[in-house]
Design a protein around this ligand. Structure first.
Ligand code: APR
Ligand code: PHB
Length: 391
């Protein structure tokens, strides 16, 4: 089999790239190691910023998001006794949209199915070769047999545990990582949210977040040790903890119901440089991970893919290499700003020690400053809605 751009991974990054390239008349094949149902069953974050809005619009896949997404003007921060509002719209003129990543994935899958463009599910890429001097080939396993996909370019959209990045020689690759000493216990329930916007809380018991997917489905998180046994966390214990951490106003409005999903996720910051080697390009979680505190994972993947689709289109259709040559450096400059923001939100809102130490006092001072300073709120808001996209 042969194609112009082989895409490894049918997460949001791979599907979005495939769609943007199809709209430019460029052939793609997607290889995805899991089944389509498995990909759609994964529960991920749910806040879209500017990059995802632009990407879905360019992909002509934004109709359902515009109709069913919840447009939010801001969010609240709870810090101890105090609750204050970050007025995203008033500060930046922009909103964010609450629309689950699962829905985004579903819409992109549907668009690809309607196009009739090939996606091989349960097809695991095993090896990528020839990215420096060709011919470029991907060996993959599908239906119990090995196959080869030949292509002009490879897009590694295969997430943190993917294979694409391994094709970059180890001596040219640098990674930067921070693993945080806790996780998030997430809970889904079919109940009305406790507030019409999100609430981020810093409490002495640890971080908490009240989020949602719709007017009838709530998504909650609490900071927890990474190695907890979920058997020790029956639903009532999680609800009790949420009520304490989110504060009395949220607690009074919080409807409880049995969890329809409950799981613990680790928090990590990670960047791999460079994002391009020869004919291989990385995008999304394959190149970087952010802790979910700033809601940036999907949005960063969208921004990568917008840039990569433009760069590959210019190269393939016009033979202009400027954009593919600058893809890695330009994206990394933006990615590090988002890494910084996600790290900062994480440091601001989580409990790092059981002691009332220096760091805890600095955190309180910073929250106090944020509560009272328009300048500090603007800095938070412009990052949360998404910094301006290059180009
Ligand atoms: N062969 C084929 N597919 C693979 C391989 C492989 N060897 N390795 C991984 N994959 C697939 C995974 O099964 C997964 O479906 O690549 C896909 C990567 O998708 P995501 O993990 O969703 O990553 P990405 O598309 O970059 O999306 C970024 O998703 O993880 C969140 O926080 C992240 O919100 C962000 C967004
Ligand atoms: C979510 O709704 O899952 C969510 C929202 C905001 C975040 C992280 C996760 O910062």
């Amino acid at each position: 089999m042969r194609t112009q751009v082989a895409i490894i991974g049918a997460g949001p990054a791979g599907l979005l790239l495939g769609r943007l390239l199809s709209l430019q008349g460029i052939d793609t094949v997607i290889l995805e190691r899991r089944s389509a149902d498995y990909v759609l069953g994964r529960i991920r974050a749910g806040v879209l910023d500017r990059a995802s809005l632009v990407a879905l619009r360019e992909a002509e896949c934004d109709q359902r998001m515009k109709a069913e997404g919840l447009f939010h003007d801001g969010f609240d921060i709870v810090a101890g006794e105090r609750r204050f509002h970050i007025d995203l719209k008033g500060l930046t003129g922009e909103q964010v949209i609450v629309y689950g990543q699962t829905e985004v994935t579903h819409d992109l899958m549907e668009a690809r199915r309607a196009e009739g463009t090939p996606t091989f599910y349960e097809a695991e890429a095993l090896d990528v070769s020839g990215i420096e001097d060709g011919p470029v080939e991907i060996v993959y396993e599908h239906g119990g047999a090995r196959h080869t996909l030949s292509c002009d370019y490879v897009a590694g959209c295969d997430g943190f545990y993917g294979v694409a990045s391994k094709a970059i020689p180890a001596d040219l690759r640098r990674t930067f990582e921070r693993v945080y000493p806790f996780g998030w216990l997430g809970l889904f329930a079919d109940v009305e949210p406790c507030s019409h916007e999100l609430i981020y809380a810093n409490h002495t018991n640890g971080f908490a977040l009240a989020s949602m997917r719709s007017h009838t489905r709530s998504r909650y998180y609490i900071q927890c040790p990474i190695d907890i046994d979920l058997a020790d966390w029956p639903d009532e214990r999680v609800w009790d903890e949420l009520a304490i951490r989110l504060g009395p106003q949220a607690a009074a409005n919080m409807k409880r119901a049995p969890a329809i999903e409950k799981s613990v996720a680790p928090l990590r910051s990670f960047v791999a440089e460079p994002m391009r080697h020869g004919r291989l390009f990385l995008a999304g979680d394959a190149a970087h991970i952010v802790p979910p505190t700033g809601a940036k994972g999907l949005n960063l993947a969208s921004a990568d893919v917008l840039a990569l689709a433009r760069a590959l289109t210019a190269q393939i259709r016009e033979g202009t290499s400027t954009l593919i040559d600058t893809y890695s450096a330009n994206r990394l400059a933006e990615i590090w700003k988002v890494e910084r923001f996600s790290w900062w939100m994480t440091m601001l809102l989580h409990r790092f020690s059981d002691r009332e130490d220096f760091n805890a006092r600095i955190q309180m001072a910073e929250l106090d400053y944020l509560a009272g300073s328009r300048a500090a709120q603007l800095a938070l808001a412009e990052n949360y809605v998404g910094l301006p996209l290059a180009g």
